[in-house]
Ligand binder design. Sequence first.
Ligand SMILES: [Zn+2]
Length: 58
Amino acid sequence: MSQHRKWYCSCRGKPLELSVVEIVEDEPAEPTCQRCGASPSSDPRHTITYKDEENWED
Ligand SMILES: [Zn+2]
């Protein structure tokens, strides 16, 4: 079982799921909003939210 965190940005009013783009193996990938540029560590307007989903199939 593993946990998968889904990120959302609600800059357009309704939460939009963000996709995590993996760049380099050793660097932690961070989801970034394509519309406003916000990310979990840079969220000036507090539009970033997340939801943890448990995956029992792992
Ligand atoms: Zn946004």
